[in-house]
Design a protein around this ligand. Structure first.
Ligand code: UT7
Length: 408
């Protein structure tokens, strides 16, 4: 069993509350798309894709998959590992660039489907750095004492924003979701240090124009020729940017807590290109094996790639209690982010989490579905009644006035 040091206060934040990752889960669509299939769509080849990116295949969302449904599955698995009820979650953040809607947020949908009725919910837009940004926001909410439990989901259906005529982007991306549960503890560890950065001067190097964009609505002002809702990328510029910032930001995040790189057990990088990981390893003068890479099976799943790789690292036994691990993300914005985590979720009794059966969680999900249906039905019913008896509201208000002022 892990030994956990209790500490009065963290030297950086001054808080004696720590935010630990106590649950994790991932979900990917069943449909596998190989490089051979890709070469039937655009002019490319399995050899080129593997040699230039390391990707062999990726997952593609089916008709019944969406950003929210994939995110929900990952979230349910994370709650399972954390062994908590959805009602214990106080904050749901979804990191995504492929949200179900501009609003309502994908986070609100997942919050409702889980039955997380005590939670606030919002989406986080920081492209492929989104997961690290979201975990930081959740951890800070916990460390401030304002909440005890947060759920961070990163979910993407990148296949739906691909320009399937652009071989420079469509070969790279795939769909999937990952999630973590964070919980407050007085046991030292969890999220120790974060470096978040942005350089918006690179806004045109990588993006997906949406409804408010000058890019597509005013082509005279912005003659980029970018397509609405389709991803565009200047691959070589993003490659150079990524290779530079990974090493820099990891070093900064470690310096913040006085750790050396040789004390780090595992680096979980955003899975964008195997050559980027190799170049970062060279820059940091470490073996490539310190980085986990699963890009060959999933491609680049944007914000979801770090939690998916984390889940696989845990599954493979590459993360043990008290290990220092590092997350590093980079992407559109431009944004980048590094985070140092001391692994080792406190035991359930230390977390004061109730030991709950799978059945209670399942019952909670079923209840959430019926609750949402019932509320929507009530809304429809009350609207229908108002339509049938349009004066009812007025009559009711008048009666209320009469009662209040005793006009009778
Ligand atoms: O998650 C967000 C962060 N994203 C990234 O980090 C992506 C970073 N960028 C990259 O991974 C790489 O830049 C790419 C994989 C996108 C491209 O690889 P590259 O080695 O930088 O290729 P390139 O763009 O410099 O193109 C080299 C050649 C070009 O042909 P010419 O002009 O030399 O004749 C391209 O037209 O490769 C050609 N090419 C392709 N050939 C076959 C570009 N894409 C393909 C393709 N298949 N899919």
């Amino acid at each position: 069993m892990a030994t956990h040091k209790r500490s009065a206060a963290d030297p950086i934040s001054g808080s004696s509350i720590y935010a630990h990752i106590v649950g994790w889960g991932m979900a990917v669509p069943d449909r596998i798309m190989t490089n051979e299939e890709m070469s039937a769509i655009v002019e490319t080849s399995d050899e080129w894709i593997q040699a230039r990116t390391g990707i062999k295949e990726r997952r593609i969302a089916g008709e019944r998959d969406s950003t929210a449904t994939l995110g929900l599955k990952a979230a349910q698995r994370a709650l399972e590992v954390a062994d908590i009820l959805p009602t214990e979650v106080e904050l749901v953040i979804v990191a995504t660039s492929t949200s179900e809607n501009i609003f309502p947020s994908t986070a609100s949908l997942i919050q409702d489907w889980l039955g997380a009725s005590n939670a606030g919910a919002f989406d986080m837009s920081a492209a492929c750095s989104g997961f690290v940004y979201a975990v930081h926001m959740a951890a800070q909410s916990i460390r401030s004492g304002s909440i005890k439990t947060a759920l961070v989901v990163a979910s993407e259906t990148m296949s739906r924003v691909m320009d399937w005529q652009d071989r420079g982007t469509c070969i790279l991306f795939g769909d999937g979701a990952g999630a973590v549960v964070l919980q407050a503890s007085d046991v030292e560890g969890g999220v120790l240090s974060t470096v978040l950065r942005s350089d918006g001067s690179g806004y045109d190097l990588l993006g997906i124009p949406s409804v408010g964009s000058l890019d597509t609505c005013a082509p005279v002002v912005n003659p980029n020729g970018h397509k609405m809702y389709k991803m565009h990328m200047n691959g070589s510029e993003v490659f150079k940017f990524a290779s530079r910032v990974i090493g820099e930001s990891i070093t900064q995040a470690l310096d913040n807590v006085g750790l050396r790189l040789d004390e780090v057990k595992l680096i979980v990088p955003h899975q964008a290109n195997d050559r980027i990981i190799q170049s970062a390893a060279r820059a940091l003068k470490v073996e490539k094996e310190i980085f986990i890479s699963n890009i060959e099976r999933y491609g680049n799943t944007s914000a979801a790639s770090i939690p998916i790789a984390l889940c696989e690292a845990i599954e493979q036994g590459r993360v043990q209690p008290n290990d220092y691990i590092v997350f590093v993300g980079f992407g559109g914005g431009l944004t980048w982010a590094s985070m140092v985590v001391k692994w080792g979720a406190p035991e359930a009794e230390e977390r004061q989490a109730a030991v709950l059966g799978k059945q209670r969680r399942q019952a909670s999900y079923t209840l959430a579905r019926w609750r949402a249906r019932l509320i929507r039905f009530q809304r429809r019913l009350s609207n229908a009644v108002t339509r049938i008896r349009p004066n009812e509201g007025r009559v009711h208000r008048l009666r209320h006035k009469i009662d209040q002022h005793d006009l009778r």
